[in-house]
Design a protein around this ligand. Structure first.
Ligand SMILES: [Zn+2]
Ligand SMILES: [Zn+2]
Ligand SMILES: [Zn+2]
Length: 266
């Protein structure tokens, strides 16, 4: 399995429109954070994506995405779904299943009502099959297990991705709490990709410290942070993670911020 971080930024993206801060002005490509999304390529040619944010088109071109077998949504906030219309060229041959929890799927049917409405023929619309799930979804050799988490008061999903007998990958963005029952579903992991907004606390997102503590509790061979805002440069967050884990002594696990274009081969 190969993972590509298509976007590692928070809802406004980095640089933020109109912002003159050092992070938004940085010329380091690792400080340019598009809206959060993950591309997953299975060993048998399966191609799937988690979330279709406003930059989906640019991200898909950059990553060379030529087909998709399914779209998995975490929740229906604008920064996670507003690029959905741009899957149109990839849904021409076969309609694309879009999986999410029932709240997200209902919201998508309202938000993108034109897709599901009978309109004139010849107009371009993506061909989408919305599917509300609470059980694992199997696509080829990949299994996607929904992981219910809290995003403030919202119930959203993280996703666990497993291939054959290998340890899984978990993608948890926009999380402020992982319920005990969900910790059990997570199990043994090779890679954890977890949302971590900034150092200061936030009502609906883990801070760096909360995300890294959650990662320690969950346990993974490698941890990557995502959904990062413009408070810190990539290099500063690398340093933060290193110091945090050093303080844990033997409990520490490798952790670093992800960045747009990062490829993880498992
Ligand atoms: Zn978000
Ligand atoms: Zn800024
Ligand atoms: Zn959100």
């Amino acid at each position: 399995m190969k993972l590509t971080i298509l976007g590692s930024g928070t809802s406004h993206g980095v640089p933020v429109v109109g912002c003159g801060c050092p992070v938004c002005q940085s010329e380091n490509s690792k400080d340019k954070r598009m809206r959060a999304s993950l591309f997953i390529e299975g060993n048998r040619g399966e191609r799937t994506i988690i979330d279709t944010g406003p930059e989906f088109r640019l991200q898909a071109i950059r990553a060379g995405i030529k087909k998709l077998d399914g779209i998995f949504l975490t929740h229906a906030h604008a920064d996670h779904v507003h690029g959905l219309d741009d899957v149109r060229p990839l849904s021409r041959e076969t309609p694309l299943p879009v999986y999410g929890n029932s709240e997200t799927i209902n919201e998508m049917k309202e938000r993108f009502s034109y897709i599901f409405r009978e309109t004139q023929h010849g107009g371009g619309k993506p061909r989408i099959i919305p599917i509300a799930v609470s059980e694992p979804v199997v696509l080829g050799g990949l299994t996607f297990t929904p992981i219910p988490v809290k995003h403030g008061i919202l119930d959203i999903l993280g996703w666990k991705i497993e291939e054959d007998a290998a340890d899984g990958v978990v993608y948890l963005t926009d999380t402020s709490e992982i319920p005990a029952a969900s910790r059990k579903i997570i199990g043994k992991l090779a890679v954890l990709i977890i949302g971590a907004l900034r150092i200061r606390p936030h009502e609906t997102h883990f801070s760096f410290e909360q995300a890294l503590n959650a990662a320690l509790e969950i346990g993974a061979k490698q941890v990557y942070l995502t959904h990062i805002c413009h408070d810190y440069l990539h290099g500063e967050i690398v340093e933060y993670c290193r110091n945090f884990m050093k303080e844990q002594g033997l409990r520490g696990i490798p952790a670093e911020p992800s960045y747009d274009g990062l490829e993880i081969n498992l």
